[in-house]
Structures are given as structure tokens and as C-alpha cells.
Design a protein around this ligand. Sequence first.
Ligand code: PMT
Length: 415
Amino acid sequence: MAQSQSLNGKRVLLIIGGGIAAYKTLDLIRRLRERGASVRAIMTRAAQEFVTPLSVSSLTGEKVYTDLFDLTDEAEMGHIQLSRSADLIIAAPATADLMAKMAMGRADDLASTALLATDTPVLIAPAMNVRMWLHPATQRNIAQLKADGIAFIGPGEGDMACGEYGPGRMAEPLEILSAAEAMLGAGTGPLAGLKALVTSGPTHEPIDPVRYIANRSSGKQGHAIAAALARLGAETLLISGPVNLPDPLGVSTKHVETAREMLAACEAALPADIAVCAAAVADWRVDNEAGQKIKKEKGGLPQLSFTENPDILATLSKLNHSRPRLVIGFAAETENVIEHASAKRERKGCDWIVANDVSVDETGGGVMGGEENTIHLIRAEGREDWPRMAKSAAAEKLAHAIAQHFSLSDEGPRS
Ligand code: PMT
């Protein structure tokens, strides 16, 4: 099968740090190049203990840069030029030391100098021993780097080369690749120039300061849709309820707790061309929320009274002037899936509805919180039944259906 040229013409500067995971960057270079990117590499001194500049340069097809004070390099390409001429800088493996230098703004070797001398987006793939990752000093540096706008991919959790277990394993080359694609995707692709908003995850509706009502939505489906839309070039805002997922790369994320906050965030994001409401918004909230923790010792059972939450999907669908051009709702059903979902599409006034069966399966799991989904896409013109697939694949398919919809409509982007 022909390899996608998703990174055609993109220039990546890869900074290879000194860790055992450095060997994985050889595969990363190969995959970046397969997708059409050109790759220049800087290696720290320690990185050269793990992989040789010769191997790296054979794969990049370019000279490998190692030394800040190499006058030939300065004549050929200064370190400032080296980092500024890239569309994306990837630091992998990003060691504790490299991250500390970045957080402090130090520039005492070519890698740290290139990272300081640029305003190019930076993606880092940390890799280190679990104790080093969990150390308060590293955690402080992580917080600083995130505040500085550095994007992170990983680290993953698992067995480590040092024999310990926990967070600290570098993300796999394919994961780094898709993060890079997401970061480089904005502005190009079939949805370029369009603005999308996506809701995802559950909402938490407070009972008192410590208790709330929630549901089993993990946000996996909605987050994957936001990432897929961004990969196709849409300027994407993800409005997420409380989830345990990292913010997707290439997407702006706004975190909210309640249905009312989610609605306010959606309204603040308008105008938009596309709205995908994948969040499992609580239909009701407690209208006698207690200001203090409800005490068991008081005796009796608390009397909760409920009121209806605003319906975000219906609100967006029924707007007059600022209605997104394509409003897509989800229908989470446990019986008569198609019938209920079709009725929901009519009632709420959205253009498309994505029906999924959220019954609990024989393993005690299911679509909510699970990794896979079986979708029925219901539109005015008919229904498509998709086979069961990974939520990321379903998101990709939905994003392509959206792109096709806009390619068939002759309206340009909303100004
Ligand atoms: O998060 P995951 O674990 O990955 O699971 C994905 C999912 C099952 C949550 C997702 O695929 C899904 O079905 N989301 C919609 C869940 C839901 O709330 O369905 P509903 O049938 O109750 O609501 C219908 C539509 O109205 C939805 O688009 C919902 O976002 C919207 N709604 C509902 C209530 C409300 N007050 N405001 C809304 O906008």
C-alpha cells in the first residue's frame, strides 16, 4: 500500500538526547521521511554513546550536527538558522537533564542552544528512570515546560531498561509520529480554514462540595474526533468534561466540569463551522446543591431534588445567526438504537446523529470507557452502519465524512 505523504515538505529538526531509547529515534526518522518530511538531527554528546552519528546521518540523508563550536557548521548553518528553518522540533528522548536545561533556559551545548534560539513549536518525548520522572524537580520542570507551550508525548508506563516499572518509557515512534502529524496538520488538509468545536467526556454535577453525579464516559471517542479533525486541518477546540486523558496535540482544549460550563464554553467558541457533541452531558443536575458537605450524622437520607440541564446540542442546533454549518450529535442508547437516535436527530435539530449502543457487554464493559465503538451514522439522506472498530478509527472515518461533506458544499470557510 502506498505510504501517506501527510508530512510532505515539512522540515523536522530532531534533537536526540542521551538515553537508551535513543535507538528508537532511528525508526522515527525512517517513518518521518516515509511520510515526506525532511529531517535534520542534532545529537547531544551523551546521545552519541547510544547511537552513532553515522547511523543517524545515513537515515536522515543529511549531516548530523553535534557541536556548538564547530566553525564549519556555523559557516554552513548557524544554530539559530538550524532551529528556525524547521517547522517542528522534536526532542527524543528528552532526558531529565535536557528538560531541566529547557525549563531553566540554559544554552550550554548545541541541543539546548537550538531549543532556546527558536519560536518553532517543540514536541518532546521524555524518557528516563521512573524515580527521575517522579522526582519533584522533574515535575517542576514539566509544569514549567507545559506553561511555556512545549507539547509532550508520553512517557508511557511499563517495564524499563533499568529493571524498574512505572512511567518513564519513551513513547513509541508511531505515537511520536502521529503527535507530529497533529502538530503539523493545522493549516493544511481538506478541513483547513474551518473551525470545529468538539465536546467530550462526562459532566460532573455537584451534590455538595465533595460529591457529584457523573457517568462512565471516558472522553476517548470525543478526544479522538478532535484530534482527527485537527489532523485534517480544522482549527479545533475541544471542550472536555473531567477525564483522565492527556489533551490531544494540535487541538486547543478547554476543561469544564458541569453542563452549564460546557454550554458557556461552546457559546464562547462561536462562530464555528462544525460542532460535534460527543460529550455525555448529564441531563439533570441537583438544584438544592449543599454549600457544605452533607453530614451523615444528621440522620435520615439526604433529599436531592433535580432540575433539567440545558441541552447543548439542541441549543447549538437551533441558533439562528451563529449556528455551526454542520452540527453532529451522538446518541447513546441501550435499546431500539436506530429508532431512538433518529427521533433524537429530529427533536434536537442537528444535521447528523452518530448512534452507538452503550449497553454493558458480557465482560462488564462496553462502549462507554472502552476502546472500540460500533457506529450508525444517521443523516437526512440515509443511514450508514459501520463495523466495530477502534474509537480512533471511527474518529478518522467521521472526520473524513465531514471533509467530504464540506468538499461537496460550495461554501468557503466562515469568516
Ligand atoms: O467517552 P467514551 O468513553 O469514549 O464513550 C463515548 C460515548 C459513548 C460517550 C459517545 O460515543 C456518545 O455516545 N456520546 C453522547 C452520549 C450522550 O449523552 O448521549 P445522549 O443520547 O444522552 O445525548 C444525545 C446528544 O445530546 C449527545 O450529542 C449529547 O452530547 C447531547 N446532550 C445531551 C444532554 C444535554 N444536556 N446536552 C447535550 O448536548
